[in-house]
Design a protein around this ligand. Structure first.
Ligand code: MEV
Length: 296
């Protein structure tokens, strides 16, 4: 029996979280942890996806794909994952994209990466209601990309040898509620919030240059500035702040939370010879090191 397998990577936000929801740019990189989807013919639609926390992403993808391309949904769809959904590495968008890619292969339908992004983003938005689509783009395009809301710009960046240490705070973030909190903030404290957004936009533009130029010292400094603005937005936590501080004290060029905030991960950019001490410092502060490779 014909079995088709496809996969998509998880992601880490490098710069510009939250502002990217409102028409601004961000920079995101993919990780080497992937979600795999296998498709084969069945008498009726069945899913075997024990690691997927929210099956709606798979169900909705199959529904929208089969409707759009007029193909049967009588398939068995199995998923496998390299990573837990608890880390905030974008498992929902990765499973959505891997499902679209597997269905394209299974039905021999050729569509462009942008078309995969558009369909994936539509699925993710129909479920989450909020979101910029940066995670979907990362799962489709991989590598490090400069991304503007809804895929208005998706630009691959040539970034080499970026050395990150990633720490998980031990707390699962609720992205949707934090994004909604920022939505209320825009209404209640409009000029202050928009001022933070403008500052963050400049940081993203500068980071785009420093990353491509392998200027890690400058990139670290920009991470610190980005983290400070996220603190001002009210999305950081004491644990994330401490993890960032100890990483810097142990020799990192800079550190910031990565993603919506409220938990999940922090990232630090680290000189090669300081990797060990930064990792120990994060562990001593109660964090868990994520051993994933980036920019894949
Ligand atoms: C969440 O990881 C990043 C946010 O910018 C939301 C989004 O862009 O969809 C907060």
């Amino acid at each position: 029996m014909l079995k088709i397998k496809s996969s998509a990577p998880g992601k880490l936000m490098l710069f510009g979280e939250h502002v990217v929801v409102y028409g601004y740019p961000c920079i995101v990189t993919s990780v080497d942890s992937r979600i795999y989807v296998e498709v084969e013919k069945e008498k009726k639609f069945k899913i075997d996806a024990p690691q997927v926390k929210d099956l709606r992403f798979v169900e909705e993808t199959v529904k929208q794909f089969c409707k759009k391309y007029k193909v049967s949904s009588k398939i068995l769809l199995k998923t496998y994952s390299d990573f837990s959904s608890k880390f905030g590495l974008g498992s929902s968008s990765a499973v959505t994209v891997a499902t679209i890619k597997a269905l394209c292969k299974f039905y021999k339908i050729e569509i462009s990466k942008k078309e995969i992004f558009d369909l994936g983003y539509k699925v993710v938005l129909s479920i989450q209601k909020v979101g910029s689509g940066f995670d979907v783009a990362s799962a489709v395009f991989g590598g490090t990309i400069y991304f503007v809301t809804g895929g208005k710009i998706i630009e691959s960046l040539s970034v080499k040898n970026l050395s990150l240490v990633i720490g998980y705070s031990g707390v699962k973030a609720d992205t949707t509620s934090i994004v909604n909190k920022i939505g209320s903030k825009i209404k209640d404290q409009r000029s202050k919030t928009l001022n933070i957004f403008e500052n963050m936009k400049h940081i993203v533009e500068e980071a785009k240059v420093s990353l491509v130029n392998s200027d890690w010292e400058k990139t670290g400094e920009l991470m610190n500035q980005n983290h400070k603005l996220l603190q001002e937005l009210g999305v950081s936590t004491e644990k994330l702040d401490v993890m960032c501080q100890v990483a810097i004290s142990a020799g990192a060029y800079g550190a910031k939370l990565s993603g919506a905030g409220g938990g999940d991960c922090m990232i630090s950019i680290v000189p090669e010879n300081k990797t060990k001490s930064v990792k120990s410092a994060i562990i001593n502060a109660g964090g868990e090191i994520l051993n994933v490779k980036i920019n894949i």
